[in-house]
Design a protein around this ligand. Structure first.
Ligand SMILES: *Cc1c(COP(=O)(O)O)cnc(C)c1O
Length: 405
C-alpha cells in the first residue's frame, strides 16, 4: 500500500472506533447478556446468577421446554442436521411441506412458505408482488424488517400515523386519487414496544371501502392472541379477511428461528418463484421444522398454554398497578412499565438484575424521548410464585429509587 492508501485504511478503522466511543458515551451501546442455561422462566447468567426472566419473547414457554427439545432431536435423527441446499434444488423434505400445510391451516390461510427468519419473510414479500404502479400504505411504527422490505420494492410508499385510522383513510384516498393500481395496507398485528394491538376490524373495513389488500406481521401474536391463539385476526374477528400474514417461529412458536408468509395459493406460488431471500438462502433446518410442527400440534390440541399466559398477564398487570407503577394500559403480555427518564430505566433494570429479575430498559431512540421504560413480557412458563417474587423485587427497587411510595 502507498501512504495515501494506508491513511485511508487507518481512517476507516479509527472512524469506527470514534463512532463506537460516541455510542458508549451516550449510553446507547448495547451490551449482550450472556446466559449459561436454556431459555425459560428462570435462567442462569454466565456469572452463575439465577434470574427470573421477564424479557423473552417466550410467550408460551416452549423455547427451553423438554417436549420441544425432544421433537427437535427426533426430527434431527430422522431428517439429519441440515440440507446444504436451497429449497428448489434439493432442500425440501416432507417435514417442510407438512409444516407449511400446518401453519396455513392454523392461521386459516390457503398456503404458507417458510423463510430463514421473519426478517427475510418481510424482506422478500413485497418486491415479487408489487411494482411502481402499486401503493404500500404502512403504519409509521412498523417493524424494521417491513420498512426494509418496502424499500426493496418499487411501489409508491404511503405512511400513516401510528394506529391512526383517520390518517390511514387519508393515505388510502391519496393513493386512489394518484391512480395506484393495487393498494396494500401493512401493519404489525401487535406492536412490541407498547403491546398495542392493531385495530384490524377498522383496518379491514377501510380496506373494503377503498379496495385495498391487508397484510399483518404476527410475530408478537401467532400462537396466543385470539380465543384459540391463531393471532390478531382471530382476536379482532377478521379471519378470512387478511390477504397476507407474516410471522416468526422464533418467538411464541418454539423460539428457535425461522419465518413464514401465509396467503392465497397464487401469492405463495409467486414468492416461491421470485422471492430473493427464499431463492438464494438455505432451507430451514429440519430440527426446527419438526419441532415447530410439534408446537402447532400442542397448541391446536389445547388452549392451556395460551390461557395460562393470559392469566399470568392479568395477574401481573393488576398487581403492578396496585404497587403504584404506571403501565401502558392493555391486555397483551408485553407490559411496558413506564419510568420516563432513561437513567431511571437503566438504574431500575440494573437493580432488578441484582435482585434476581431479568428485564431490559428501553429509551430514546428505541422509544420516544421521555418515554423510557422497562418492558416486561409474561410467559405461560412463569409460575405464580415466580411472578410474585418478581413483583416483590419491582416493589423493592421501586421504593429504593423513589419511583413508588
Ligand atoms: C421479531 C420480529 C421480526 C423478526 O423476526 P425474526 O424471525 O427474528 O427475524 C419481524 N417483525 C416483527 C414485528 C418482530 O417483532
Amino acid at each position: 500500500m502507498n501512504t495515501a492508501d494506508k491513511d485511508h485504511h487507518h481512517a476507516f478503522y479509527s472512524g469506527l472506533q470514534d463512532t463506537l466511543g460516541q455510542l458508549r458515551e451516550s449510553g446507547l451501546y448495547k451490551v449482550e447478556r450472556v446466559l449459561a442455561s436454556r431459555q425459560g422462566a428462570e435462567v442462569v447468567g454466565s456469572d452463575g446468577r439465577h434470574l427470573i426472566n421477564m424479557c423473552a419473547n417466550n410467550y408460551l414457554g416452549l423455547s427451553g421446554n423438554e417436549h420441544t427439545v425432544q421433537a427437535a432431536i427426533q426430527a434431527t435423527e430422522k431428517y439429519g442436521y441440515g440440507l446444504s441446499s436451497v429449497r428448489f434444488i434439493c432442500g425440501t423434505q416432507t417435514v417442510h411441506k407438512e409444516l407449511e400445510a400446518a401453519l396455513a391451516q392454523f392461521l386459516g390461510m390457503e398456503d404458507t412458505i417458510l423463510y430463514a427468519a421473519a426478517f427475510d419473510a418481510n424482506g422478500g414479500v413485497f418486491e415479487p408482488l408489487f411494482d411502481a404502479q402499486d401503493a404500500i400504505i404502512s403504519d409509521a411504527l412498523n417493524h424494521a424488517s417491513i420498512i426494509d422490505g418496502i424499500r426493496l420494492c418499487k411501489a409508491a410508499r404511503y405512511r400513516y400515523a401510528h394506529n391512526d385510522m383517520a390518517d390511514l383513510e387519508v393515505q388510502l384516498q391519496t393513493a386512489s386519487s394518484e391512480g395506484r393500481r393495487h393498494k396494500i395496507i401493512v401493519t404489525d398485528g401487535v406492536f412490541s414496544m407498547d403491546g398495542t394491538i392493531a385495530q384490524l376490524d377498522k383496518i379491514c373495513a377501510l380496506a373494503d371501502r377503498y379496495g385495498a389488500l391487508v397484510m399483518i406481521d404476527e410475530c408478537h401474536a401467532s400462537g396466543f392472541m385470539g380465543a384459540t391463539g391463531r393471532g390478531t385476526h382471530e382476536h379482532h374477528n377478521v379471519m378470512g379477511r387478511i390477504d397476507i400474514i407474516t410471522g416468526t417461529l422464533g418467538k411464541a412458536l418454539g423460539g428457535a428461528m425461522g419465518g413464514f408468509v401465509s396467503s392465497r395459493r397464487e401469492v405463495i406460488d409467486m414468492l416461491r418463484q421470485k422471492s430473493r431471500p427464499y431463492l438464494f438462502s438455505n432451507t430451514l433446518a429440519p430440527s426446527i421444522a419438526g419441532a415447530s410442527l410439534e408446537v402447532l400440534k400442542t397448541i391446536t390440541a389445547s388452549t392451556e398454554l395460551r390461557d395460562r399466559l393470559h392469566a399470568n398477564t392479568t395477574h401481573f398487570r393488576r398487581e403492578i398497578l396496585q404497587l403504584g407503577f404506571t403501565i401502558k394500559p392493555g391486555t397483551h403480555p408485553v407490559v411496558p412499565v413506564m419510568l420516563f427518564e432513561a437513567t431511571v430505566a437503566q438504574q431500575f433494570a440494573a437493580r432488578l438484575y441484582e435482585l434476581g429479575v431479568l428485564v431490559s430498559g428501553f429509551f430514546f431512540p428505541v422509544v420516544p424521548m421521555g418515554q423510557a421504560r422497562v418492558r416486561v413480557q409474561l410467559s405461560a412458563a412463569h409460575s405464580t410464585e415466580q411472578i410474585n417474587k418478581a413483583l416483590a423485587a419491582f416493589a423493592q427497587a421501586g421504593r429504593e429509587l423513589r419511583i413508588i411510595n
